[in-house]
Design a protein. Structure first.
Length: 116
């Protein structure tokens, strides 16, 4: 048993869905998923599935606590990937920091940011 397509790392903004996928050399084999080396089971937010040799894990509406290293093991083959969950405001805070660094004046209105 070998990993044909590894999990890879993922980056997602809070409340977005994210899916890890891994393809193994043999189809329809049972897999074990883990987060921080603790087994994961399916739930309302966590979907685990297999389609032939392709295994997937979907996290619905990601939260900051979902950030971790995820691992899948089928027989002796193992693959892992890191999930990074960004807060919804992280991008805006970065933009505001850059604008203030260059002393760009901003006009903040409800749901609108305008440089003046």
């Amino acid at each position: 048993m070998t990993v044909l397509t590894p999990l890879g790392d993922k980056r997602v903004v809070e409340k977005q869905d994210v899916t890890f996928e891994c393809v193994f050399s043999k189809p329809d084999k049972p897999a074990t998923w883990s987060k921080k080396d603790k087994p994961i089971t399916a739930s309302d937010r966590i979907q685990i599935g297999v389609d032939g040799a392709r295994h997937f894990l979907t996290i619905k509406s990601a939260v900051l606590d979902d950030e971790a290293t995820y691992k899948i093991q089928v027989e002796s083959a193992v693959s892992s990937g890191k999930l990074i969950v960004e807060g919804q405001w992280d991008g805006l805070l970065l933009l505001l920091s850059v604008l203030s660094l260059y002393d760009i004046r901003m006009l903040w209105q409800l749901n609108t940011l305008t440089c003046v």
